[in-house]
Write a protein that binds this ligand. Structure first.
Ligand SMILES: C[S@@+](CC[C@H](N)C(=O)[O-])C[C@H]1O[C@@H](n2cnc3c(N)ncnc32)[C@H](O)[C@@H]1O
Length: 364
């Protein structure tokens, strides 16, 4: 249940989400914001900026990631933070937190922020109407409690902006519960969440909760690819020890580098207390992001390309788009050692080096 109070207790699964957000921004900021460039960071469901134990919320995590970053080039680019919060009391709380924080650590003149008290959809509609082309890059964090305030049509319009990436919390449990109880009265919400009516067949035709979860997840992912126009989509699921899924975190981007950095961030999240993160894309049970044995990926790469001649670039594309991994060089090295691939590198190339993405690779 969504809390009614202005601030609430930070749960472990939110803590893990915050670690991912922070680690991703640490990587994203210097790549996208530098001299002559302008970036926009949106926290579409910003919350009050603080939890009852004094821990900071996502808007302050964003600001802090920017302020603490060691790359000076960041300060030569321009950045705007837009925090959207519907609840007036939470918005007021957030504004106080931001003022206090920025009094002791002011933003440089190249950075600004705005708190919009209102709905995510309204804020994004106005942003889009004013032209998102003024930004060279955008990152939008969509972190609602429920399922009815972030329609696929808005995600699609945002993804059409230059270099826009989205990180979306998909509250599976809430969605599933309502689908069970009163889906008929909620049809419009689900239609707009998914951007299609196809979910109706899933809820009516899928007998067990596990299969339904998988099919709803897959539908949402498919919609991000086909309707929102993302090139890369991965999802991560937060589960408790009883293997109950608490939420999915979907990341969607058109850029390979963005996906690489997000995976790097996901892999760095240690299991927190009673929760574990798994890569959920395309796997029934999810892949625990702890096992980085290169032999697992080597097998996947080999199975996929067996008998073909491709480039290192094709392999990287496969690894980033279609597997849970992001590092692949040790896996190629294993395959090369075993003679399962032949790499046609320039004269003098050392075995086990794959930095030239144009090199042809022949799989036996
Ligand atoms: C899960 S909490 C956000 C937590 C925050 N992102 C964090 O990680 O610290 C969701 C917030 O969205 C707000 N909210 C609910 N509906 C909204 C809407 N339509 N637009 C913007 N904010 C909304 C709620 O008041 C709540 O504070």
């Amino acid at each position: 249940m969504a809390p009614q109070s202005v601030i609430w207790k930070l749960e472990d699964h939110t803590r893990a989400k915050h670690i991912i957000l922070r680690k991703y921004l640490d990587a994203w900021l210097p790549i996208l914001i530098r001299e002559g460039r302008r970036g926009l960071l949106v926290d579409g469901f910003a919350g009050p900026g603080e939890y009852v134990g004094g821990e900071i919320g996502s808007p302050l995590i964003m600001i802090d990631a920017y302020q603490q970053h060691r790359a000076d080039s960041l300060r030569r680019g321009r950045v705007k933070f837009l925090f959207v919060e519907l609840d007036p009391e939470r918005s007021a709380h957030l504004q106080r937190k931001l003022r206090t924080h920025l009094q002791s650590q002011p933003l440089p003149p190249t950075a600004t922020y705005q708190v919009y008290t209102g709905r995510f959809v309204e804020a994004m509609t106005s942003l889009l109407a004013n032209g998102c082309e003024q930004y060279d890059a955008m990152f939008v964090f969509v972190d609602p409690f429920g399922y009815s305030h972030a329609p696929m049509s808005i995600i699609r319009d945002l993804m059409a902006c230059p270099r826009c990436e989205v990180l979306i919390t998909f509250m599976y449990q809430g969605t599933n519960r309502f689908l069970d109880l009163d889906y008929r009265t909620k049809q419009q919400h689900y239609d707009s969440l998914f951007g299609t009516t196809a979910w109706r067949t899933i809820t009516l035709d899928t007998p067990d909760a596990q299969t339904r979860q998988r099919r709803l997840h897959d539908l949402y992912r498919q919609q991000l690819l086909t309707v929102a126009g993302a090139r890369y989509v991965r999802s991560f699921c937060m589960r408790d020890r009883k293997n109950t899924t608490h939420y999915f975190l979907f990341f969607a981007t058109k850029h390979r580098r963005g996906m690489k950095e997000m995976k790097r961030a996901m892999w760095k999240v240690d299991p927190t207390g009673n929760f574990v993160f798994s890569d959920c894309t395309g796997l029934e049970q999810g892949f625990l992001l702890q096992n980085d044995d290169p032999a697992i990926l080597a097998q996947k790469i080999y199975n996929h390309f067996r008998g073909q001649k491709v480039t290192v670039d094709d392999i990287e594309e496969f690894v980033l788009a279609d597997t849970e991994f992001f590092k692949y060089k040790s896996s190629l090295s294993l395959l090369e050692e075993k003679g399962q691939i032949v790499v046609y590198g320039p004269e003098g190339r050392r075995k086990g080096t794959y930095s030239d993405l144009t090199m042809p690779v022949l799989f036996s």
